[in-house]
Design a binder for this molecule. Structure first.
Ligand code: SF4
Ligand code: SF4
Length: 382
């Protein structure tokens, strides 16, 4: 049964939940002016913060689940409030009390399947490496250059498996010695942590870390900016430090070192979407653009909101598992921005962005631009 905790108890719990920016906000409202929610509906993170400080009396239950952790407000706040951390604290408490409004119930399902099978998609752990059957992919061994950490969506989702195949194709063409963990790999845990699922995150992280150490892993290649973020910035909380590289950075390196040769042409107009967890959260803006610019014939154009100002696709912070009404999807707005540039292709390099954009594209009258991961474009020209 759903219960509501008394407010003093909740405030004490927020403080205990480690929200370091508790009490810093002076209510200037800058966060609300930059938050993408205000392009689609009325929502105030400023109000959520005020309520988190003085008592949750006005905020609607669903509001604490809205933040996609895009990082835009965090990067602009004059008081260095960490809105994401405060929001996660509230979600942690709501989860403890079993308060999941209907559109958020997917989070509960994701937690269940992460606990039993190490992925949020309700898939069997034993099938994690099925996408690689018949391909030149080996189990990781210590003498290899990199461990390719495939991630959940690229392992199981039919659209995203194509990106895993493109990645393997590129690595083999460049002569990279790489291997995968197969069903020893578990979700990195980044997104479930942002839903307040701290215990599930810690279990997943400890499991992966043990596997990396046992396998002698030193360098990890990832396709998802969410894996990148958590391995680079959150796993060190467990006193480990693995070298992590995102596929867009690795391709850029392989081209620079002359290991990967671009042979074909790609005579299309392309615009690039910065995923929040690669761009704003980790400052990787140049390498994906350099990779695209290295392709002959490809014309790269920028959208209105780019780099630090990139518009979130709406999939971070566990929103990928929550229901968002059609008229409230940031990804629809992003596709409109891509259309304004006249681009034929919207390129990016994040499984959540691709999933949301493909979904938005289905609802467009003219089909909108084609959605491609950078690796899929490079696969066509090497
Ligand atoms: S921008 Fe920072 S100080 Fe201003 S209302 Fe938002 S959280 Fe508070
Ligand atoms: S992190 Fe992004 S979605 Fe969340 S409140 Fe801030 S601007 Fe809005």
């Amino acid at each position: 049964m759903e219960t509501v905790a008394p407010f003093l108890e909740i405030i004490t719990e927020i403080k205990q939940a480690g929200a370091k920016s508790y009490g810093l906000c002076y209510q200037c409202g800058k966060c609300d002016t930059v938050c993408p929610w205000n392009k689609v509906r009325v929502f105030s993170i400023r109000k959520v913060i005020r309520e988190a400080t003085f008592g949750l009396t006005e905020v609607e239950g669903e509001d604490i689940w809205r933040c996609s952790t895009c990082g835009k407000c965090t990067s602009q706040c004059p008081r260095e409030v960490n809105q994401i951390e405060l929001g996660v604290s509230l979600r942690k408490i709501a989860s403890e009390y079993g308060v999941f409004p209907a559109p958020v119930r997917g989070v509960r399902a994701a937690r269940g399947s992460l606990t039993t099978d190490g992925n949020p998609l309700g898939e069997d752990r034993s099938k994690r490496a099925d996408w690689a059957k018949g391909l030149q992919v080996k189990p990781y061994t210590e003498d290899m250059e990199v461990l390719y950490f495939v991630g959940c969506y690229l392992s199981y989702d039919p659209r995203m498996k194509k990106v895993a195949v493109a990645t393997v194709d590129i690595l083999n063409k460049a002569g990279v010695k790489f291997g995968i963990l197969g069903n020893r790999e578990s979700c990195c845990g980044e997104s479930i942590r942002k839903t307040g699922g701290e215990e599930v995150f810690r279990t997943l992280a400890k499991g992966n870390i043990k596997t990396f150490i046992d396998a002698g892993v030193k360098k990890i290649l990832v396709s998802s900016p969410h894996c990148y973020h958590t391995f680079k910035n959150e796993y060190p909380e467990f006193m480990v430090n693995f070298e992590v590289i995102h596929m867009s950075q690795f391709i850029s390196e392989l081209i620079d070192e002359g290991r990967l040769k671009i042979k074909g042409q790609y005579a299309r107009k392309v615009t690039y979407h910065d995923p929040c967890y690669l761009g704003r959260h980790n400052g990787v803006y140049d390498e994906p653009r350099q990779v695209l610019k290295s392709v002959a014939g490809l014309e790269l154009v920028e959208m209105r909101d780019n780099r630090q100002n990139s518009l979130c696709c709406g999939g971070g912070g566990g929103r990928i598992w929550m229901d968002t009404p059609k008229n409230e999807r940031f990804s629809d707005l992003r596709l409109e921005q891509a259309n304004e540039t006249g681009a034929e292709v919207l390129a990016t390099c994040c499984p959540y962005c691709i999933t949301n954009f493909e979904d938005s594209r289905l609802g467009m009258d003219d089909g909108g631009p084609e959605i491609k991961d950078i690796t899929e474009i490079i696969q066509e020209v090497v």
